[in-house]
Every structure is written in C-alpha cells, then in structure tokens.
Design a protein around this ligand. Structure first.
Ligand code: SF4
Length: 969
C-alpha cells in the first residue's frame, strides 16, 4: 500500500521538462550588471530566462529581476508606434505617425540646429549602455551639450577614483573576493553590481572574512554584514579620515607601498601667496621631483633607484622651498580635528569603535598579509619573486556619491586604501581592465567656443577630465559654455555632465536658450529629476511674448510609456532589450573582471511585434540623414547601412580599435586590436555573446606598476603608453583651480565663486558637512532622508513588471522605532514629510535597523497615476511616493542671493542624499493616499488594453493545452 502510494507518482514526475524549442544567448538588461543569460523560446514566445553558466559576470547566477525580464518584454506599457504631439504638452495627446514622418521631423529639427548653432541641441541619455555611440554621435553633431545620467548617479565615485588611483569602484574595480580577509562596504545600495556582489559576499561568508557595512540603513547587504555601522548620512568622510588619523598616529601604514606607488614622496612648493604655491616641484623636463635621501639632492621621483625622503622642508636649486606631500598629508590628519573623538560628534559612531576598526584594519593588513608565489616584473624592469598583499578591501557607491561632499569622501576612502597598501594587491581592491589609466587620463572635454562650428563635428568628445582652469568650458568672463554648466566654475570636474540641471537651465535660457532637447531613457519628469513639480512646469512653460514653449522642441525615445512621454513633442519608440543588437564595449563600461578583459553583446532573440525600432539604429539613421561625417561616405551614402550591428562590427574609433575587442582582424584572428571583422558578431553569438581575454598570472596584480600588464594595456589601446601609473594622493589639478581662485593664472573664476573654489579644491581629501544641512535651520528639519534601491527593482525599470510589482508595488517611509515613539507615530500612520522645499504625505513603517536620525524609502517605486499603462488607482500611484518631490534642484540662497545647484562643488554630482526633513503625524481626517497627487496621465495611443490580471504563461499550462486540444477535436 505504502509503495503504491509513493512510487508511481514519484516516477511520473518530470523533473526537467523541456520548456523550450530554442535557446538564444544574450545579455541581461534588467539592471546595469550585464549578466549573461540564456533565453528559452517556445512557439516564437519567450518562455524562460536562465543565467549563462559560462558567462564571466554571473557564472549562471540570475536574480529576481533578470528572470522577470519576460514581463518587461511582454509589458502592456510598451510603446508601439512613433507619436507626434497634437495637444498641449504634458497632456499626453498624440497622434500615431509612420517612421518616415518621425525621422523626417527629427531630421528637420536637428538639421536646423546643426546648420546654425549646434549648441542648441541638448542630448542627454539615462542609464543606457551605449554611451560609446551616443557620446561619439554628439561630438559628430557638434554639440557639447551631451551627457548620460552619471552626474545624477555616481560621478563623485568615478571622478574621485579616476583623479586619485586612475580607476574606481563599481564597473572599474572589484574587491579581491577570493583572498580578502576584511571587507568594508560604504553606502552601497542593493541593485548596483548586484549579482557579482552577492556572489562575492557568499565567498566572504565561506572564507570567514569579516564584512563591515557602513550605511545608515540595515537592509540588503548590510543585513548580512558581520558588523553594521549605522552612520549619520553624509559623515562617512569624517569617519574614514578618523581611521586615517588612527593609522598615522599608531604608525601602521605601508611606507614601502607609499614610496613605490604614490605621489606622496613628491615635493610640493612652499610659497604662500605665490602663483606656484602647492604645485609639484618639477625638473627641466617636467618630471616630478623628490628629495633623494641617499644623495641629499633633488631627484626625478619617477626613477626607480631613488630613496625619497618623506618629511622635511628643503631648498631647491632655484632657491624655492618645498616639502614632501607626505608631510602635508601626515600633518593634516594627525590633527585632533580628525581624531576619533571629533569624528564621533559628527558621525554618531563611537570613538572606541573607530579605534577598534582602525586596529583591525592594520592587524589584517600587516599581520595577516598574503604572499603569493607568483613572480612579476615592475615598471622599471625589476623582477619580484612574490606578490605581497594586504587583505583589506573596500567598496563604495551611492551613499557616498550622492552627497555634496561625496568627491572628497571618496578620495578619503582611496587614501585609506593607499595607506594600507591595498590597491591592486592580493586581497585588496583590484582594477578591472581597461583600468588603471593615468590619474586623470589626458582626455579633455571639447566644447570651447572655438570648437563649436555649425555643420562640423567637435574635435573631441564632450566629456573629459580637466586638469586646470584652462580646460574649463567657459567664456572669458566665466559664463558657462554648456547648458548644464558642467566644466564651468560651478562644477569644474563634472566628468559625467550635470543632467539634473538641463531642464532648469534650458527653461531659464541660462546661459542660453536651446531649440531641441533630445532624451533617451531618461525619466526626467519623474524619478530622474529633483524638484519634480517645478520640472513638469518648466517642461510646459511658455514664453509670454511669443506663446512658444520655453524649451521649443522635445524628442524622447523610450521603450515604455514612462512619465516623461507626456512631455515629448515627438516620441521615438524603442525596442525591449531582447529585440535588438547592442554592445557592452570596452570604450564604455565593459564586463571585465580583475583577471580578464571582456566585452559582450546583445542579439535580438525575438522580433518586435510592434512598429518600434532600436534607438541605436534610429540614432545612426538620423546621423546619416544629417550627413554626420562619421556616418556617411564621401559620396553621401550611408557608411553603416546595416544600422547599429554594422556600426558595432565595422566602426573604428582609432586604427584597429573598435566597439568590440574580440575576434578582430579580417578573419577574426586578433584580439584587443585589429582590423574590423565582418563576421565578428557571429563569433560573439557562437561564444554565448561575450569575449574574454584572461590575463596571465603575472599580470593580475599591481597593474598600475606591472610592466607586463601595462605593455598589454598599451598594445590594445587601454592606455597611451606603458608608463607607471602613480597614485595621486596629492592632487595637483585641484591645487591649480585653487590657485586660480587666489588670483593666479590667466583663467579666473568670477569673484562670487572664488571662496567656494578656494575652499573645496583642496589637494588633499577634506570633510565638510553636507550643504543643505548647513544652509537651513536643522532644528526645523532634524532628520536626514535618503533612498535605498531594492534588489528586485532597478530605478523605474521594473515599474511595469507584473512579477516585480508583486514584491514592490508600493513603498512606505521607514522610521527608527525609537524616533517614531518620540514623535508619537505608530506603525502604519500617515505623516507629512516636510523639507525646506516642499512636503509629501506618506505612510510609515517602523524598524530598528536604521540610524535614529534618518528616514528612508525605496527609490522610484511611486508612480504618477496613469503612467506606465498602470491602473490609475494602482498602489504605486495611490500609496507609493517619491522623495524627489521634496528635494530641491537648487540650494537655499546664499547671503548674496546666489543659488547654487544642489550638487557637489567639485564634480556637480546631484546631492539628493543631503535632504533634511521633519516628520509630523497627519490629522486623522486627512485622506489616506500619498500626496502630492498629480493629474492622471492619459495612455498614449496604441497602448494595448490593460488587463486587470496579466495571465502570462497561461498558454503553457496543461489546462489551457487540454482546452485547445478539446476545441480542435
Ligand atoms: S543582476 Fe542585473 S543584469 Fe544580472 S540577472 Fe539580475 S537584473 Fe540581470
């Protein structure tokens, strides 16, 4: 009886059913990690997505978002045809048009601008992965007004890293997950680098390495940390510099590493008030000088044989006084202002905890150092039998980045890593190719007045790395040249542009009016904007005298009916990521690991069933119609008639260097560099849509000083020449800006900005309180307010995803239970959250794992009623909310009335984590829906009927099949 009960049923179970009749490889695009996926197709439909076990990024791991890509693909929010506005802007009144008409209109609008003043095109993209194309296209068009969303997201991390170590966290580097013994993570949201971090943390749990998470909120990764430091937002820099203080005080730093690899031994000029004060002392050829202890003479600091002194003021042969940068650094951070006791006041982290962590860092770095039996050769040709590692590593992201002090805080973290000797050593932080690059790279932003010529390309890319005032894009009187004011005195090192200021400046005609705002995948009327309500007003504002919109023409490309669609005049519908060719290029943000150079592609796994086109194809088509020199041949015919796939395979950025590094050369025989290969994409597809070149074991560490790695990097165009990359703890470019603020040099800041530049362009990392809190009455706004990104949603991309919405269909405001009790607030209460800028009404959830002075919510869950083809009464619209509504894009006025962007003063990074609020319980009679509630958006024409229940998978169910069979009998 028992056997009868169990055996037959068990034997009938099909544990590995065939779910598909075809499997295609491609790259996930449900977040920015770029995992390899295998898409199963059945009867021409997407049936199932799984991770690609061979892929270097995820090794088969797939997260909830990745597997739910099916529902993004089949979303009822997909746009289906080009649209032309027929009603007032903002009302979502369109008529469907054919692609020919859409492209003709766009070409007319863009052509007129290019013929007259190319600056009057502002071209900004969101979190797309084709910036190697879009930036090049802008440069070909001739406009400097281009950027992606980095100024809103993480430019503080990128710029601080690039200017300090020639690399950065996130895409450009990773912890040595295998060998580290001590891992500190600062301000990392769960989505970024999602699968690789999760896999890495699993390795730490297996190896027993200690994991400390520094984050005001104990969620996601922080929840599995061995120690959670619930720091006060915006004070991480103070905490890190107190660790530096302790290491210096206890003489626990890696002096050998500092001498070999950093510019701390370099001499800096001591000439207070002089034009050269604080600059690096240099020899006749421009080489940096140090003071050689062996000869008691100045020497070329780049020579391998010198034994530089790290302290002591000296007199140079020309009579000037100089001091090693190391002494400046040590003097500064040994000051009591950086002591753990001082840091406790600002950070809320007990001084004893700071001292203990500093001791643990030092103990791990120096008493538990790793020695790999791996010979390698340094830049000077010296052979080393082993690789010695300091198994301490760090990782940081938006919690550091999105503050007005984020650039210096990130530099402080790199300083801490450097003092411990843990940059690109076994167990430490590791560069991913194509990094490291020179700190900073030689690339300068194009866009000076003499570089903008109607009908011609610019001579370089719109984004780059200024190293002094002469590289700024400003008029002689200091007026910004770019519409977003990037690379001006307001944000000199805005290496990713300032997307968050484009709409305001275009509306204000400051510094000049534009004609066309062209955006791709950037939800700028909603979750990608600060000050949302006013942004919507600016997008619809008209000139009273002419009756014309102040931003005359808006072209918007997106796959979905996002909130921004309603504000477009012309809508170019994009495909989903499963319907197009794409490349994740080494010229942009590739998929490399610390042990390999790699890149990848997307291929269309399914054909569009709507009248939509891949945006990248559309961009190439528009550029061809406009006659952009890079896109047409001499006879005017298209250079890439096969669209983006053709461009990916055949475009060369420099001789032998193209979008993809794998299978180059006419027969696909070369890797890294080589002639275009017409069959390159086929080779990628055959290999699972990626290419990977493993570095030799002797190239894998100390890449900044490893001759074999540097020679390889130069041979494939990652760097110009195989010189040592010196870590720039002391930043001479910052000092050059500071000297200008003090009146030196031909390019001078406006007087109103001198003090600001002088203060924040310190050549060594500093900490200062976030701006918003310094400019308002913090007694009125005592709480910090921040967002976190959930693992199951990436920005607003999951908004329309029927599976992911079941995880995050609404968002509460989380408050520390003790704080809520003091405020008389209970779980589930509705509260008003008020900032200096505005107020929102939200529902509260209480928790323990959050800094008592901080409230937070999930990012980008709240939706505008009617957007994304959701039911106007969907929970995202009724009880969900955005914190963006109470974040101002401008800081409160200075005493002289000037209002700066709410941004980091060095990089222009949007400072949306600086937000300060107060929370007050709503009156009982107030409606229990979130506020503000904006007018419901109409669905644009062509949207499918919105099902109340999405029955995806029904056709695969046994019951449905049986019914079909019955009906066909
Ligand atoms: S981590 Fe990102 S790229 Fe990887 S499977 Fe998840 S959503 Fe896709």
């Amino acid at each position: 009886m028992i056997r009868e009960f169990f055996s037959p049923a068990a034997e009938r179970l099909d544990l590995s059913p065939r779910v598909s009749d075809e499997v295609k490889h491609t790259t996930c695009y449900m977040c920015a990690c770029r995992c390899g996926i295998r898409v199963h197709l059945k009867d021409g439909q997407i049936r199932y997505i799984e991770g690609n076990r061979n892929h270097p990024v995820n090794r088969g791991v797939l997260c909830a978002k990745g597997s739910a890509g099916i529902m993004n693909h089949y979303s009822p929010a997909r746009l289906s045809k080009p649209l032309l506005r027929v009603g007032e802007r903002g009302r979502s009144e369109f008529r469907e048009i054919e692609w020919d008409e859409a492209l003709r209109i766009a070409t007319e609008w863009l052509g007129e601008v290019r013929r007259t003043d190319p600056r009057r095109l502002a071209f900004f993209t969101g979190r797309d992965q084709s910036q190697a194309l879009t930036g090049w296209w802008a440069s070909q068009f001739g406009t400097p007004n281009y950027a992606a969303h980095g100024g809103f997201c993480s430019v503080n991390m990128a710029a601080a890293g690039i200017y300090t170590i020639g690399g950065s966290f996130w895409e450009f580097g990773e912890p040595d997950w295998e060998l580290t013994r001590y891992f500190m993570m600062f301000g990392v949201a769960e989505d970024h680098d999602s699968n690789p971090i999760k896999a890495g943390l699993a390795k730490l749990k297996e190896s027993g390495a200690k994991f400390i998470s520094v984050n005001p909120v104990k969620t996601g990764y922080s929840a599995i940390a061995d120690e959670w430091i619930g720091i006060r937002p915006g004070t991480d820099g103070k905490f890190v510099l107190a660790l530096v203080h302790e290491l210096l005080r206890s003489d626990r730093i890696d002096l050998d590493y500092i001498v070999r690899y950093t510019n701390l031994p370099w001499l800096t000029i001591r000439n207070p008030g002089g034009a050269d004060d604080g600059l690096i002392a240099r020899g006749l050829e421009g080489e940096p000088l140090c003071w050689d202890g062996a000869t008691d003479q100045p020497a070329n600091a780049m020579l391998a044989g010198v034994t530089p002194r790290l302290a002591g003021e000296v007199t140079l042969p020309d009579g000037r006084r100089a001091i090693p940068a190391f002494e400046l650094m040590a003097r500064r951070y040994l000051d009591d202002a950086y002591s753990p006791d001082a840091a406790e006041i600002e950070t809320g982290v007990p001084a004893g905890t700071i001292r203990r962590i500093a001791a643990e860092l030092a103990e791990t770095a120096f008493e538990r150092s790793i020695v790999l039996d791996q010979p390698w050769t340094d830049w000077a040709g010296r052979r080393h039998d082993t690789m010695v590692g300091r198994p301490v590593t760090m990782h940081a992201m938006r919690g550091i980045s999105a503050h007005s002090n984020g650039f210096h805080t990130c530099r402080a973290i790199h300083l801490l890593q450097i003092l411990l000797g843990s940059i690109d050593c076994p167990g430490g932080f590791r560069y991913k190719p194509p990094f490291p690059k020179a700190a900073p790279p030689a690339l300068k932003p194009a866009g000076r007045a003499d570089q903008i010529v109607p009908g011609r390309p610019m001579p370089g890319p719109p984004l780059g790395f200024p190293t002094g005032p002469e590289d700024l894009l400003v008029e002689p009187d200091g007026t910004p040249q770019r519409i977003d004011k990037a690379f001006s005195w307001q944000a000199p090192i805005a290496a990713h542009g300032m997307m968050h200021m484009v709409i305001r400046n275009a509306w204000a005609h400051d510094p000049y009016p534009i004609d066309v705002l062209f955006m791709f995948m950037a939800n700028m009327s909603w979750n990608s904007a600060m000050n949302t309500a006013e942004t919507m007003d600016m997008l619809t504002a008209k000139d009273e005298s002419t009756g014309e919109y102040r931003i005359p023409k808006i072209i918007y490309a997106d796959a979905y009916s996002s909130e921004m669609v309603a504000y477009a005049d012309l809508v170019l519908p994009d495909t989903t990521y499963l319907e197009r060719w794409d490349c994740i290029s080494l010229l942009d943000r590739p998929i490399c690991s610390a042990d390999s150079a790699a890149d990848s592609i997307r291929q269309p796994v399914i054909s569009p069933d709507r009248d939509v086109r891949p945006f990248q194809d559309v961009l190439i088509e528009l550029g061809t119609r406009l006659g952009l020199p890079g896109l047409v041949k001499q006879d005017g015919s298209p250079r890439y008639p096969g669209g983006y796939a053709d461009y990916i395979a055949n475009h060369e950025r420099a001789p032998g260097i193209g979008m993809l590094a794998g299978w180059r050369g006419e027969a696909g025989e070369r890797n890294g560099a080589g002639a275009p290969n017409p069959k390159q994409l086929e080779r990628y597809v055959a290999n699972g849509c990626f290419w990977e070149h493993k570095l030799a074991p002797g190239q894998r560490y100390f890449k900044h000083a490893n001759r074999d790695y540097l020679e390889y990097a130069a041979s494939v165009g990652f760097i110009g020449k195989p010189d040592q990359i010196v870590l720039q703890v002391y930043s001479e470019p910052l000092q050059k800006f500071r000297l200008a603020a003090r009146g030196h040099g031909p390019v001078q800041p406006p007087d109103a900005l001198r003090k600001r530049i002088d203060t924040y362009f310190d050549p060594l990392p500093i900490w200062y309180p976030p701006f918003e809190g310094s400019l308002i009455d913090t007694d009125s706004f005592p709480l910090h307010a921040i967002t976190q990104r959930p693992m199951a949603m990436y920005h607003s991309w999951g908004s329309q995803n029927a599976w992911l919405r079941q995880i995050h269909g609404t968002n509460p405001l989380y408050i520390n239970r003790g704080t809520a009790t003091r405020l008389g607030i209970e779980d589930g209460d509705w509260v008003w959250v008020t900032s200096h800028h505005g107020r929102i009404k939200v529902r509260v959830k209480l928790m323990e794992g959050v800094n008592p002075e901080t409230v937070w919510t999930w990012n980008a869950i709240g939706k505008r009623s009617g957007a994304w083809n959701l039911d106007p009464a969907a929970p995202e619209a009724k009880t969900g909310f955005l914190l963006n509504h109470v974040i101002s894009d401008l800081l409160p006025a200075q005493p002289d009335g000037l209002r700066y962007a709410n941004s980091d003063p060095v990089t222009g990074q949007a400072a949306w984590y600086d937000l300060r609020v107060r929370v007050e319980k709503c009156a009982d009679e107030e409606a229990k829906t979130s506020a503000p509630a904006f007018a419901t958006l109409n669905a644009p024409p062509g949207m499918p009927e919105r099902p109340s229940i999405l029955r995806y998978g029904l056709l695969y169910s046994r019951g449905w099949r049986r019914k079909q069979e019955e009906e066909s009998r």
